[in-house]
Design a binder for this molecule. Structure first.
Ligand code: GLV
Ligand code: MN
Ligand code: MN
Length: 413
């Protein structure tokens, strides 16, 4: 592979900035929840750009968009890349959008250089990666890879009771192509690290070897609504007091499994949510992660045991529904190698790294040889409006992506 194959870093940056206009927030971030009108706008822009780059575009039954650049042997399985265009409510400009724009930039670069690949190249937008509006996360890549059925995905409801199926119809992205069930030659995803390691070690490229496992739960603690002024403390069945003890306990469990365990309660719903009513019901979310399956199992079991004890001590009922279980992922050694080789060949400082975040690549790795490329982000901050990355690092990651994809797709002589 020639060392001098370069992408256009300025064009990549401009595309990212244009995409970040859709749903931009006053603090410089992006709020573009899955399958909203803003998501539709972002998708439309991506489709326009891909068609202008000569790609044929298809949309599958769960709304994922595939922009295809033909190969010289179009019967070969495509070498794919991509990520997501949905964001967190207080999201940044780079989480997801970078991987999508990097895919488009690879295609534009191949056009500029007149390179014909043997296998086709596809740039993909996966629907609902974040899991913020519709849980669980990484839904469409999960359907593509057989983790969820199409019916399960379309039936997921948001907090207002709108199903993913209805939301897809509403924005015109309920496509006709079957979701999954076709061969993929390789999948690569470029992403900001979303953590502090690369920046701290002054490395430009993270060669991602895998991702940690995750469990998501919906917890519901039920007691009894009663008067805040007249119900003596011993007679209360205070769901909030119970939930508070559980949340504090979960944090201790994660700390006891330092340094790798993380646990988060990011959503809380209090019923009836009135200042002078002892809350009769509290619902909260749980996100726990660890790079080793065995440790994750132990944390999970300990949480269940301790929560049950707290509920019983406080005369509360506890419902714990597991809504997501993402196994520890090890990426394909050859794809990891292709990323490492590319970083080496291009002269970028790199290190191997395990992803703390979930990514569409995690599910793709069930059905295709898969690898990921990380670039640093400022202060390791992500899922935050001030998420930031440099144009130089983003371009470097995209260049590594181009080289890794070409290694797998082959170039027509
Ligand atoms: C995806 O954004 C995650 O929660 O890891
Ligand atoms: Mn992401
Ligand atoms: Mn994210």
């Amino acid at each position: 592979m020639q060392k001098n194959l370069k992408i256009n870093g300025e064009r990549l940056w401009q595309s990212l900035m244009a995409m970040a206009e859709i749903g931009k927030t006053p603090k410089g971030g992006v709020c573009r929840l899955a399958l909203t009108e803003l998501d539709r706008e972002a998708r439309d822009l991506f489709v326009r750009w891909c068609e202008a780059a000569g790609c044929s575009v298809t949309v599958d039954a769960v709304g994922s968009i595939f922009a295809r650049r033909a190969g010289s042997d179009d019967s070969l399985p495509p070498v794919m890349t991509g990520s997501h265009l949905d964001t967190q409510p207080t999201g940044g400009k780079y989480d997801g959008a970078y991987g999508v724009m990097a895919g488009l930039e690879v295609i534009r670069t191949l056009n500029d250089l007149g390179i014909k690949t043997k296998a086709p190249i596809e740039a993909v937008v996966w629907t609902n990666e974040e899991g913020s509006r519709f849980a669980p996360a990484m839904t469409a890549s999960g359907v593509f890879a057989g983790k969820f059925t199409l019916e399960q995905a379309l039936a997921i409801k948001d907090a207002d009771g709108v199903s993913m199926g209805a939301a897809l119809e509403a924005i015109g992205y309920k496509g006709k192509a079957p979701a999954g069930g076709r061969a993929v030659g390789a999948f690569f995803e470029a992403h900001i690290e979303q953590g502090p390691i690369l920046e701290a070690e002054a490395k430009t490229i993270g060669v991602v070897t895998g991702a940690q496992g995750q469990r998501w739960y919906d917890a519901v603690v039920t007691g009894q609504d009663s008067h805040a002024g007249t119900t003596p403390m011993p007679r209360r069945r205070d769901a909030m007091a119970g939930a508070a003890r559980m949340i504090a306990c979960l944090e201790k469990i994660a700390q006891a499994h330092a340094p790798h365990a993380v646990a988060t309660v990011g959503m809380l719903r209090v019923h009836p949510n009135s200042r002078n009513v002892v809350p009769g019901r509290v619902a909260f979310s749980i996100d726990m992660r660890h790079p080793e399956e065995k440790a994750l199992l132990a944390i999970d079991a300990e949480m269940q045991r301790r929560f049950a004890a707290i509920a019983s001590e406080q005369r509360l009922e506890l419902g714990l529904e597991r809504i997501a279980n993402t196994e520890v992922v090890n990426f394909n050694p050859e794809c990891v190698g292709a990323v490492r080789n590319a970083a080496e060949r291009l002269g970028y400082k790199h290190r191997d790294i395990v992803s703390g975040a979930g990514h569409d690549a995690c599910y793709l790795s069930r059905v295709a040889p898969t690898g990921m490329i990380f670039v640093p982000c400022e202060g390791g901050l992500s899922h935050n409006e001030i998420e930031n990355a440099t144009a130089g690092d983003l371009a470097a990651g995209c260049e590594v992506l181009l080289h890794a994809m070409l290694e797998r797709a082959g170039i027509e002589a």
